[in-house]
Write a protein that binds this ligand. Structure first.
Ligand code: NAG
Ligand code: NAG
Ligand code: NAG
Length: 330
């Protein structure tokens, strides 16, 4: 008696299951949605022979671009993989999901997102996500609401507000995040960014955290990541980029062990606006920054830490973080 054979069709396959993604690497007993299925010889199925199923697969092995907006709300653990020749990084991804919608047109930041996750227990691997609207409005590539949510080897491209991490505990491992203005932002989430490349396409500010009260636990920690100009930046960005500005006065953003290129302004951090500086209660901190952008007289409302105590992954995400974060991307 043979179980079903699952052929991973095409270039983006979704595995819908209730177990954790880590367990799913050890066993595969449920067909990934979209997979071509060959049923056991006695059963009825989409294909009765393996050869027929293989013949149905596309012969095109080139990169795939999907032009659409995606919203994920279903219950249960959900994992999506894009095809790649190198799962350890975003650099060989061949799947791109792209859309071009501004928040002004969509009605909200969230609704503009090319890829919207409103659920707990979600993982995305090796997919590039773009919002190509460009300058002139908030226009999100990713809108992420949920706890136990991880993005691994992904790349996110936008201009203003590329990545919204707004709720729950979230992990970004070995990702690429590109934008110009407030391009990593949110209000309530606790987020750990590990070994990311964060790239500016124009002058502006990388993070904008906006907890809604002193007890809102929002915190962004960016560890062991590289901050640089995007290769698609036009002109020099030397000294024109800031690590963060406070969307509200309780903003909390910490960079630990990051390499900062010379695009980072010597002040490091900036006020929200002249009328509303929002600096009263911020936690804007760096630990062990290196690179040309680590030099300079930092803004008075920021601090340099002598240790990263309090800002380790377990501090940010909870002591159970190793049970849901894929440790290959730590
Ligand atoms: C791919 O090519 C093979 C021959 O090499 C053919 O049998 C098969 O039908 C093709 N598949 C599709 C989906 O066109
Ligand atoms: C930061 O990243 C480095 C390199 O991956 C790692 O050794 C270190 O433990 C990380 N720090 C925290 C606080 O997780
Ligand atoms: C980890 O603990 C947090 C609370 O600290 C909880 O919200 C989350 O669901 C837990 N995750 C897992 C995978 O158990």
């Amino acid at each position: 008696m043979f179980g079903p054979i699952f052929l991973l069709l095409g270039f983006l396959t979704a595995l819908l299951a209730s177990a954790s993604p880590l367990e799913k690497r050890a066993s595969r007993t449920t067909p990934p949605a979209g997979a071509v299925q060959v049923k056991n010889p006695a059963g009825s199925g989409q294909f009765s022979t393996v050869q027929a199923a293989i013949n149905s697969l596309p012969n095109d092995s080139s990169a795939r671009t999907y032009s659409e907006q995606v919203s994920i709300t279903r219950p249960g653990m959900t994992t999506i993989w894009g095809s790649t020749t190198d799962t350890t990084s975003y650099t060989s991804n061949s799947v791109t999901i792209t859309h071009s919608l501004s928040a002004a047109a969509a009605g909200s930041d969230d609704l503009s997102g090319t890829f919207r996750v409103h659920k707990d227990n979600f993982a995305l691997y090796n997919v590039n996500i773009r919002n190509t609207f460009g300058q002139g409005s908030q226009a999100l590539a990713l809108s992420s609401y949920g706890t136990n949510v991880g993005y691994y080897g992904c790349a996110f491209f936008g201009f203003q507000d590329t990545v919204l991490a707004n709720q729950g505990n979230q992990y970004f491992g070995v990702d690429y995040i590109e934008g110009a203005v407030d391009f990593i932002f949110g209000q309530h989430a606790r987020v750990f960014f590990q070994r990311n490349v964060i790239a500016s396409v124009a002058a502006g500010t990388i993070t904008a955290d906006g907890p809604t009260s002193a007890t809102d636990e929002s915190l962004f920690v960016i560890n062991h990541s590289t901050i640089q100009a995007s290769t698609s930046a036009s002109g020099s960005l030397v000294g024109q980029v800031f690590l963060g500005r406070p969307w509200t006065q309780w903003a909390r953003v910490v960079y630990t062990s990051c390499t900062l290129s010379n695009i980072i302004n010597g002040a490091g951090w900036e006020i929200w606006s002249t009328a509303t500086p929002n600096t009263a209660d911020v936690t804007f901190a760096e630990f062990a920054s290196t690179g040309a952008g680590a030099a300079g007289t930092r803004a008075s409302f920021s601090e340099k830490l002598s240790s990263n105590t309090g800002f380790m992954a377990a501090d940010v995400l909870g002591s159970n973080w190793t049970s849901w974060v894929d440790q290959a991307y730590v």
